[in-house]
Design a protein around this ligand. Structure first.
Ligand SMILES: N[C@@H](CCC(=O)N[C@@H](CS)C(=O)NCC(=O)O)C(=O)O
Length: 206
């Protein structure tokens, strides 16, 4: 089976999907195609595959498309013959999904922060809104520093968090250097081959 991943070299969501594919040893089956996307510039090829116009999108040779990154990652894990990244045990399964949701929320807050500090034309930016998003990032880091979510065998939540934190660093957003446990965990996970092979690059064009 061959698949095409509509990707973006600076998207934390797209990178999460590709990192999970690599961890599931599926990447040789996937053609990765970079696409620029923005809420204000339509990419017709992406819209043809996902009515929300966002990457990542997985296009299978049957023509079926999958989005968003959470669904794509769950699909890769279902195809994988390796260790399960989405555990079957109900408690672990849902705490893994919760961590993935938290990582998604970190990216969402980071994108909103960037919108209000960099991406909107000057004069239309709202600092108070940006401060609110920075507060969410800080609260997420504090929670992670004091939770046991980082422990245990590698799972989809860990990979989502690693790609989210590395995107925070890549974009120079309010960071987590003052949280030693979280920072050490981050410095360890980015040493994985799946991370080394998928470094962020590029800019957003609005
Ligand atoms: N929840 C989605 C988010 C995807 C997303 O927001 N992708 C961004 C790139 S980082 C995008 O394509 N944005 C274009 C837009 O907002 O129109 C997922 O997890 O895949």
């Amino acid at each position: 089976m061959l698949m095409t991943l509509l990707y973006q070299t600076h998207s934390p969501f797209a990178r999460k999907a590709l990192v999970v594919a690599k961890e599931c040893l599926l990447d040789s089956l996937i053609e990765v195609v970079h696409h620029e996307t923005s809420p204000v510039v339509r990419n017709e090829e992406v819209y043809a595959a996902n009515p929300l116009g966002k990457v990542p999108v997985l296009i299978m040779d049957s023509g079926i498309t999958l989005y968003d990154s959470n669904v794509i990652c769950a699909y890769f894990d279902a195809l994988s013959s390796g260790p399960k990244l989405l555990p079957d045990d109900p408690a672990l399964h849902f705490t893994t999904l919760r961590l993935e949701a938290l990582a998604q929320g970190i990216c969402d807050a980071g994108i909103r922060y960037r919108t209000e500090t960099e991406r909107r034309p000057e004069g239309m930016r709202w600092q108070k809104y940006a401060d609110g998003q920075a507060g969410k990032l800080l609260a997420a880091y504090e929670y992670l520093e004091n939770s046991d979510d980082l422990d245990g065998p590698l799972n989809i939540g860990h990979l989502a968090l690693g790609t989210a934190l590395d995107w925070i660093v890549f974009r120079g957003l309010p960071g987590f250097e003052s949280f030693p446990k979280l920072n050490d965990w981050y410095l360890t996970i980015i040493q994985r081959e799946s991370f080394i092979q998928t470094q962020y690059s590029g800019q957003t064009f609005d």
